[in-house]
Design a protein around this ligand. Structure first.
Ligand code: DUC
Ligand code: ZN
Ligand code: ZN
Ligand code: ZN
Length: 534
């Protein structure tokens, strides 16, 4: 039997190795069937020439918000996944979100299936956001989702009134997820600290966009992170802390990991590259907003950091950088996060693609409520980034950066952008690596510096009217993206060439990586006492 395709002449990067000696990838039936040298070509074999370029697994973006009811979204499943493949991502996991009044998850999940069905360019799965974890849901519905529906992860919030859970609820969900082999994701910020600060800011009239970063200080993330870790230790449950931005919070993760607790962490490109000054809405030296395709030509980028919110025309460019946790203040914050990347504190680097549009008469990122006062508390939290994630991070690898300046090795890049997410969320053995038996999901990068470019809104494929990374240079960009053996993005043609609807829903299994990093069980007094009550 001949191969459908062979990828040749590339430097293959797996989660553990960089294969430089003429290794080829043989693909048949959408799967990688072998890696070898001088693979035999048949009459029908398509040879894909990687021309001395790096070949990495397709990106697995395990944190994306697509057509989520309670999260304003410019993207549809069509446009969000189109954008994903154009940036080298071949699998996404998005959220199906329970509303507080909903007492069953079945219709929630079904509604999200209906939105995604037949729409996606890449493969996809769902996490469930739990906002009302009733006994029925924990005892009946979560087991059903995990065993029969392939949904093996939940996200829980410690902040936002419509979503946040009490510590007791967090504990019960963690314990249930542990018993089912599900992964629990936690958004950790102390809601009451934030509420008190916002009340103070309101009294003083400090409601401009930059104050978003004042309202959600690092200590709010630190406290909730430490609390979540403590709850997880008591419950003996593995968790993943999502979108981490605070150095001190990451230290809590680090010290838990040193004790071999199964505590995982995630961060995102915006926390590695951007600072809170973005919230002032001024252009960067590269001329951020003037060229961003938002259709806004007003020359009015003012600092709206003043005490009285007045703003020339109500256009509110700092709103483009509102996300939670917020962008932090100091370059030292970015350095700390990069050190944590290098030191493997993060299991995954996701985009947290939360694509609300900026210049939208319905409100959204504009921060304009009924054409009146712009206030940061009304601006949807979250940034678009599904297409830019891989190129921004790949540019910082030892394979791309000038000698001595790389911030992670090439295999580390693969681990954090693909293979770890696949393992953590129950796609191990299928997604996220280049090895026999895995789906043939690949990114073929440009050779040398041919892929260098300046990120601009114009080049992106999402349905959002800006990118927070406007004007930033990347050293490479995916030349071809391949999903299950099919080329879906071809930069030579500057075109998404895949078929909408080709993407399949992924029934995920139990998460791997759910025990302590060395496989040891957490021990101590707690473990002994736990048998009395759990
Ligand atoms: N949490 C997310 O996961 N994404 C965007 C904003 C938020 O609060
Ligand atoms: Zn969150
Ligand atoms: Zn304007
Ligand atoms: Zn998110």
């Amino acid at each position: 039997m001949e191969f459908d395709s062979i990828v040749t002449n590339g430097v293959i990067v797996t989660a553990s190795d960089v294969l430089v000696n003429g290794v080829e990838i043989g693909i048949r039936g959408g799967k990688i069937c072998c890696l070898g040298i001088g693979l035999p070509r048949g009459a029908g074999t398509r040879v894909i020439d990687a021309q001395g370029a790096f070949v990495t697994p397709g990106g697995v973006d395990s944190h994306t918000h697509i057509q989520q009811d309670n999260s304003p979204t410019g993207d549809t499943w069509e446009t969000g996944t189109r954008s994903a493949v154009a940036g080298g991502t071949t699998t996404i996991i998005a959220f199906a979100s329970q509303k507080r009044h909903e007492t069953s998850l079945a219709p929630v999940v079904e509604a999200y299936h209906r939105k995604a069905d037949g729409q996606s360019y890449c493969d996809y799965g769902f996490h469930v956001i739990l906002t009302n974890p009733t006994e029925h849901i924990l005892d009946e519905e979560l087991p059903h989702l995990a065993r029969h529906e392939g949904i093996t992860s939940v996200k829980l919030y410690t902040t936002y009134d419509p979503m946040k859970l009490t510590d007791r609820e967090l504990l019960y969900v963690m314990m249930k997820c542990r018993s089912l082999g599900m992964t629990t994701m936690i958004h950790a910020e102390n809601a009451d600290m934030i509420a008190v600060i916002i009340e103070g800011l309101q009294k003083k009239g400090n409601m401009g966009t930059w104050f978003h970063s004042v309202a959600r200080p690092r200590i709010a993330e630190d406290e909730a992170t430490y609390r979540a870790i403590s709850l997880a230790e008591l419950a003996d449950a593995p968790i993943l802390l999502v979108h981490m931005s605070s150095e001190t919070a990451i230290e809590h993760v680090r010290s838990a990991q040193k004790r071999l607790l199964p505590i995982h962490a995630e961060t995102c490109p915006h926390y590695l590259f951007l600072l809170s000054e973005e919230l002032k809405g001024k252009p960067r030296s590269t001329g951020v907003d003037g060229v961003n395709g938002s259709g806004d030509s007003h020359p009015h980028y003012r600092d709206n950091n003043g005490a009285n919110n007045d703003h020339d025309d109500g256009h509110f460019h700092g709103a483009k950088a509102v996300c939670s946790p917020p962008l932090r203040h100091e370059p030292a914050d970015l350095d700390a996060l990069w050190r944590a990347v290098k030191g493997n504190a993060f299991t995954v680097l996701s985009s947290d693609h939360a694509p609300s549009t900026f210049d939208d008469p319905g409100g959204k990122k504009l921060g304009l409520i009924n054409g009146k006062i712009p206030i940061f508390t009304k601006i949807p939290n979250g940034l678009p980034g599904i297409e830019t994630r891989l190129a921004l991070l790949f540019s910082q690898t030892e394979g791309c950066a000038p000698p001595g300046e790389g911030r992670m090795s090439l295999p580390q890049f693969v681990q954090m952008t693909s293979s770890n997410a696949a393992k953590l969320y129950g796609l191990g053995g299928t997604k996220g690596n280049i090895a026999p038996g895995f789906d043939a999901d690949l990114v073929i990068w440009h050779p040398n510096s041919a892929g260098a470019r300046t990120i601009s809104q114009q080049m992106l494929h999402h349905r959002v009217d800006y990118t927070p990374f406007e004007g930033m240079e990347v050293r490479n960009w995916p030349r071809y993206t391949i999903v299950r053996g099919e080329v879906v993005w071809n930069a030579d043609l500057n075109s998404v060439v895949g078929q909408q609807g080709f993407g399949q829903f992924l029934r995920r299994g139990k998460g791997e990586l759910l025990v302590g990093k060395t496989g040891a069980e957490p021990r101590g007094m707690l473990a002994g006492e736990r048998s009395f009550w759990s």
